[in-house]
Design a protein around this ligand. Sequence first.
Ligand SMILES: Nc1nc2c(c(=O)[nH]1)N[C@H]1C(S)=C(S)[C@@H](COP(=O)(O)OP(=O)(O)OC[C@H]3O[C@@H](n4cnc5c(=O)[nH]c(N)nc54)[C@H](O)[C@@H]3O)O[C@H]1N2
Ligand SMILES: Nc1nc2c(c(=O)[nH]1)N[C@H]1C(S)=C(S)[C@@H](COP(=O)(O)OP(=O)(O)OC[C@H]3O[C@@H](n4cnc5c(=O)[nH]c(N)nc54)[C@H](O)[C@@H]3O)O[C@H]1N2
Ligand code: SF4
Ligand SMILES: [Mo]
Length: 666
Amino acid sequence: MPSLPVHGVCPHDCYDACSVWVTATNGRIVRIEGDPHHPLTRGFLCYKVNRYLDRLYHPERLKRPLKRVGPKGLGAFREVTWDEALREVASRLGEIMAKAGGEAVLPYSFSGNMGILSESSMDRRFFHYLGASQLERTICSAAADAALTWVYGTRMGPDPETLGRARLVVLWGSNPMVTNIHEIPLLDEARAHGAHIWTIDPLKTETATRYGRHVALWPHSDYALALGLARAIIHRGAHDQAFIDRYTRGFDAFQAVAEAWPRDRVLLATGLTAQVFEALVDDLIALRPLLIRTGYGVQRQFDGAKTVWALSCLSIILGAPQDVGGGHLVSNSGSFSINWERLTRPDLRPRETRHINMVQLGTALTAVDSPRVEALVVYNSNPAATAPDQRQVLEGLLRSDLLTIVHEQMMTDTARYADWVFPAAMSFETLDLFTSYWHRYLQLSVPATVPWGESVSNTEFFRRMAQALGLSHPALAASDRELIDDALDTPENRCQGLTWDRLWEEKVIKIGEETERRPFVDVPAPTVDGRLHLEPLPVNPEPRDMDREAGEWILLSPSRRRTIKSTFGNVASLVREDDPELLMHPDDLMALGVGDGSWVRVFNDRGETRMKVRQSERPQPGVVVSYAVRWNLIGDGGNVNQLTSAALSDFGGGATFYSTRVRIEL
Ligand SMILES: Nc1nc2c(c(=O)[nH]1)N[C@H]1C(S)=C(S)[C@@H](COP(=O)(O)OP(=O)(O)OC[C@H]3O[C@@H](n4cnc5c(=O)[nH]c(N)nc54)[C@H](O)[C@@H]3O)O[C@H]1N2
Ligand SMILES: Nc1nc2c(c(=O)[nH]1)N[C@H]1C(S)=C(S)[C@@H](COP(=O)(O)OP(=O)(O)OC[C@H]3O[C@@H](n4cnc5c(=O)[nH]c(N)nc54)[C@H](O)[C@@H]3O)O[C@H]1N2
Ligand code: SF4
Ligand SMILES: [Mo]
C-alpha cells in the first residue's frame, strides 16, 4: 500500500525550486510528481528530475561511512561504523586545532542542496564555534550580487508572476530553456500577447532559437553594448528624466562612463551590425513594460560586476521599474526575510577569523600559510569537478598531510580524494525550508521516508561532529524544527503571521509584497537614501577582457541540460559517455583541419584535457563550448575546469570561468 504523498521541494541549485509531491512505499520513495497547484512550477518537472529515482537509488549511493585504504584519489575505501569514523575524525581535528588553531580548518560547501537548513545552518554554527577559516561562497553569483547590492541595496527584481505582461523582454546571458524551464510558459504568454523577446548571447542557444531576435555578440562585450545602448538612448533624449530625478542618484556619473561608448566603438567590440544595434535601441525606447532578464552567464568573467551594474542602469534610466512586469530581474533572493544571524550564529566565533575565497581553493590548499589549511570539510559541493584551475585543486587534494572529510550522497570526484566519507541523506528524506532565487514562494519540504542506509542530513552530520568533539553548546544541538523557528524569527515574518504552524498547514506560501507591488517604486530601495544608485562601481571603467590572441579560442562552459553542474553526472539515463564535449563552428573545424567527432587536445597554461569535437553552429567562429560539467572520472581524469581561470571578477570576488582562452590541436 503506498502511503499518501507528502509535500517536497526539488532541492537542486536551480531557479525554479519546484513544488513536488513525493510518495513512499515501505520506506522507499516510488513516485515524485510536480505539484499542479504551484502557480509557477505548474506540475511539470524537468528532464532530470523526471528521472529522479535513478539518482535516489543509484547503485553508487553512499550508505555507510568510509575510511580511505588506498592512495588518495583512487577511491579505495572500507566501510566503518559511525562511531569509529567520528572518533577518529574528532581526534585528528582536535590535534590539528591544538597545533595550528581553528583557522587550519576550512569548510567548503555550496548549494548541492538549496534547503536553508542543509545549505547554511548547523554547519555554520559548527565552524563558527571552532573558529575555522570562513569560506566566501562566491563561485556562482558574487559579481552580480555585489553589483545588485551596489545599485539596489538588495537582490530583488520584479515578481516573475508578472512576466506575462511585459511587452519587451531582453534575455541577457540567460538560457531558460536549460536553466529555468518554468520561465518558458511565462515567456510564451508574453509573446502570445505580442511581446518582443530578444536573446543576447554569444551562443545560438535553445532559447535563442525558440524566440528569434538573437544577438550573437562577442563574449564579454555586454558591458560595451549596455553602455552604448544607454548612450544612444540618452543622445536621443529618450531616457526617463522624471523617473531618474525622482528615484535615483548618480546619473551624471553614469552618463560620463556611457559617453566613452559611441556606436562605432560598440560595434567593433560586440561584432553587431548597425541595424541590429538600432533595432534594439528602437525597441528599448518604444516598448513597455520592459523586462531585462539577466542570467548569470554575463558575470562569470573579469568584467562581471560592472556588466551587471551597466545592465541595471540601462533598465533604470528607461524607467523600467515603474511598470508592473518591468524592471531588471537577476535574482529574487533578497525578497525573503530570513534571520541569518540567529540561524548561523556568527557570535559563536571566539574571534574574527580569516576569509578564504572558494574560487581560489587550489591556492588555499597549496600556497596559503599561517596557518596552512590542514583539514578540509566538504559538503553540498564537488570542487574536484566544479572549481576552476582544477590542476591546482587536485594537487591540493593530493597532499598527504591534508585531512579531507567529505559528506556526500555519491562517490564523487571529490569524495575519491577524501580520508573519510560520510553518507548524506537526500532531500526528500529530510525536513527543510526553501526559498528560491527566482520566485517568491517559501516552501516546506517534508520527509517522505527515513534516510537511506546510515545516511544523515547535513544538520545531523554537524550535530554528530559537534558531539564527537565534545562541544556542549546548546546551539550545536538544536533540532531541525528549532532551526526553522530561528530562521523565520524576523519582524517581517511575525507581521505576516509566517510561523511554523502556518507553514506546516500550507506548505507553499507567497511571501512579502503583493504581486502588483513594484520593487523600488512602491517601496523605496533599501539603500542608505532609498534611491537607486547609478554611480559607477569603484573599479576601472574600461573593460579588461575582450580579445584573444591568434590561435586561441574563447572557451565558454555554461549550464548543461542533463545535469546541474556535476550533480546527476553519474546517472546513466542522463549522461552518455559519448556526449560531445567541445562544440566548434564549422569554419573553425575546417581551418583547424579537424573532422567532426575527432578527439582533440584542449590546453592552456593552466591545464589540458581531451575532448571530442562536434561541429555546431551554436558557437560563432572563435568561440568553443563545453557544457559544465561532467565528472572527471567519466573522462580522462579532468574536465573543462582543467582550463578555467581562478582569477577574480572586477568587484565582489566572483568567479571568471568564461574568461578562458584555450588552444586546440589534434
Ligand atoms: N540544466 C541545468 N540547470 C541549471 C544548472 C545546470 O548546470 N544545468 N545550473 C544552475 C546554476 S548553478 C546556475 S548559477 C544557473 C545558471 O543559469 P543561467 O543564469 O542561465 O547562466 P549560465 O547557464 O551560466 O549561462 C547562461 C547563458 O549565458 C551565456 N553567456 C556566456 N558568456 C556570455 C557573455 O559574455 N555574454 C552574454 N550575453 N551571455 C553569455 C551562455 O552562453 C549561456 O547560454 O542555472 C541553474 N540551473
Ligand atoms: N566550467 C564551469 N564550472 C562551473 C560553472 C560554470 O559555469 N562553468 N558554474 C559554477 C557554478 S554557477 C556553481 S553554482 C558551481 C556548483 O558547483 P558545486 O557546488 O560543486 O555543485 P554540484 O556540482 O551540483 O555538486 C553538489 C554536490 O552536493 C551533493 N549534495 C546534494 N545534496 C546534498 C546534501 O543534502 N548534503 C550533502 N552533504 N551533499 C549533497 C551532490 O551529490 C553533489 O555532488 O559550479 C561552478 N562551476
Ligand atoms: S531541477 Fe529545477 S526545474 Fe528541475 S525539478 Fe528541480 S527545481 Fe524544477
Ligand atoms: Mo550556480
